[in-house]
Design a protein around this ligand. Structure first.
Ligand SMILES: Nc1nc2c(ncn2[C@@H]2O[C@H](COP(=O)(O)OP(=O)(O)O)[C@@H](O)[C@H]2O)c(=O)[nH]1
Ligand SMILES: Nc1ncnc2c1ncn2[C@@H]1O[C@H](COP(=O)(O)OP(=O)(O)O)[C@@H](O)[C@H]1O
Length: 297
């Protein structure tokens, strides 16, 4: 394992039926990602084809409640009438074995993990539309119509919480979503990349774009920030630390990367015309009169 690799707890959440299981089963086949899947404990009944100890540890309410009492779970939550929880021992073992551990858990549990565990990488999966989510849930034929309705209602409560995750990834196709999540893991040094990541290549392209097309705005921004320093709005140290060109490149790269993760074809990030066109719009979101940047989507 090279020195800069940092193994992580990878929390992947998203509404029931969005495609978490489908995506995770593809990700886990990619050995270079070193992903181990945390098998959760649940009181839900097994679905057709689900195997105890593989898909879940299927337990009774009493067994689950004693696991809580014995502090055997990293987190737990109730979801549409059943308990779900992550056994601590396996996660800690896998991290010690130099593996990343995927926790496929709902939002309440994810909030506990993000709060209590260190170095968590959190990803929220979104469907292209709510109708598509309903189609997938119905298409899976794993729940009764009543439970499907309950799960769709729960989805309407979970989707607004997606911005509490570091990354929001749309599952339009499993292939596109897997490409995005693979790049995130490599970008976050949770997995070895055998060359520059898409994020790295986008940042180089963005640097060329800013140098060739936007230096007028960089210089203008530097002058405005100098006025802030002269008027005592910012300190000399803040002024000296401010590099408008680097800040613009970083802002534009991060915003475009996150925008395409949430809705778009991942390979477009390497298409110069696409990037140039998107940057023209993103430039309007930069506040050239401040060093703090607050983006509203
Ligand atoms: N908090 C928590 N949620 C879990 C755990 N395991 C599964 N879940 C979540 O519980 C919800 C219901 O899971 P499941 O009944 O398998 O339905 P699915 O989402 O349609 O696959 C999903 O959002 C899962 O991500 C766990 O260990 N802890
Ligand atoms: N990108 C996708 N496009 C169309 N159908 C999908 C996609 N991803 C998953 N599905 C299907 O949607 C249903 C729910 O997927 P699943 O992985 O069980 O979701 P989750 O684990 O999030 O509940 C399954 O029938 C699966 O085959």
């Amino acid at each position: 394992m090279s020195s800069n690799i940092k193994r992580r707890i990878v929390v992947i959440s998203g509404p029931s039926g969005v495609g978490k299981g489908s995506i995770n089963s593809v990700l886990r086949k990619d050995k270079h990602l070193s992903l181990e899947y945390s098998v959760s404990m649940t009181t839900r009944e097994p679905r057709n084809g689900e195997i105890d100890g593989v898909h879940y540890f299927f337990v009774t309410n009493e067994e689950f409640e004693s696991a809580i009492a014995n502090h055997e779970l990293i987190e737990h939550a109730q979801f549409v009438g059943n308990y779900y929880g992550t056994p601590r021992k396996y996660v800690e073992q896998q991290l010690q074995n130099g593996k990343n551990v995927i926790l496929e858990i709902e939002v309440d549990g994810a909030t506990q993990v993000i709060k209590n565990e260190k170095d968590v990488l959190s990803i929220f999966l979104m469907p292209p539309t709510l109708q598509e989510l309903a189609n997938r849930l119905q298409g899976r034929q794993s729940e009764t119509p009543e439970v499907i309705k309950q799960r769709l209602d729960k989805a309407l409560l979970e989707v607004p919480l997606k911005h509490t995750y570091q990354y929001v990834v749309e599952n339009d196709t499993v292939e596109n979503a897997v490409a995005k999540i693979t790049d995130i893991l490599e970008k976050e040094n949770a997995a070895q990349s055998d060359g520059p990541t898409v994020f790295d290549r986008l940042k180089v392209m963005m640097g060329n774009l800013v140098e060739n097309n936007y230096m007028f705005f960089v210089e203008n921004w530097e002058m405005n920030v100098k006025i802030l320093r002269d008027n005592g709005v910012i300190t000399t140290e803040e002024f000296n630390d401010f590099d408008a060109k680097e800040k613009m490149i970083n802002i534009l790269t991060a915003r475009l990367y996150h925008r395409v993760l949430a809705h778009g074809e991942f390979s477009d990030l390497l298409d110069r015309d696409f990037v140039e066109n998107q940057v023209q719009r993103l430039m309007f979101k930069i506040n050239f009169f401040s060093i703090e940047q607050k983006f509203e989507e």
